[in-house]
Ligand binder design. Structure first.
Ligand code: IMP
Length: 186
């Protein structure tokens, strides 16, 4: 019997860009770096939904200092692989952040529009300090001059899925970071 033609992306054999083991090892290093930088203090991790949820949950467990969470949500890529360029706050913070050490936790720093918008917004609430942790950085795509204090991996200009990152809301549950579509890895 002939093999069925694959019309949809199959997560069975995705082209892995960064393996789950490499992610886990790097997240432990980032946690240790945060512990050193904020030794003796507490930190509020502010995750950007939904892409950063998995990164935040692993990063939080790699941090030993006192740590709490909050989440914000912004409009982003919608159903495609391109940003509209416009950033809109969909979900605000649940608690005040004045005087707190904040780490804004994001899945990808791409054009920088989202994090620039969020940094400006959070600074208005007068935190004690504000840092950015981005699991991935695509420096070639930057439109805003922003850098993260903590970067997991700097990657070339691929669209990626997995470990929280989606294409049209799918594939967030892949344990590895994979290139999408599969033939973009060829
Ligand atoms: P920026 O505003 O262009 O920096 O985009 C940040 C957001 O775009 C990220 O939080 C992701 O939600 C989304 N994004 C950028 N690149 C990718 C990608 O390769 N895969 C999935 N989402 C992406």
């Amino acid at each position: 019997m002939a093999a069925p033609v694959r019309h949809t992306y199959s997560p069975a054999h995705p082209p892995v860009l960064i393996s789950r083991d490499a992610i886990a090892a790097r997240v432990v290093e980032l946690g240790a770096q945060i512990d050193r930088d904020l030794a003796g203090e507490s930190v509020l991790l502010v995750g950007v939904l939904k892409g950063a949820a998995i990164f935040l949950s692993d990063l939080a467990r790699a941090i030993s200092i006192q740590c709490t969470f909050d989440f914000v949500a912004v409009s982003s890529y919608g159903k495609g692989t391109r940003s509209s360029g416009a950033v809109k706050l969909i979900k605000d913070l649940d608690h005040p952040i004045e005087g707190r050490n904040i780490i804004l936790v994001e899945d990808i720093l791409d054009t920088g529009l989202t994090l620039s918008f969020l940094k400006r917004m959070l600074m208005q609430h007068r935190p004690r300090s504000l840092r950015v942790a981005a699991l991935l950085d695509k420096p070639d795509r930057r439109l805003e001059p922003i850098q993260a204090e903590y970067v997991g991996f700097s990657i070339p200009n691929h669209f990626v899925i997995g470990y929280g990152m989606d294409y049209a809301e799918r594939f967030r549950n892949l344990p590895d970071i994979c290139i999408f579509p599969p033939d973009a890895a060829d």
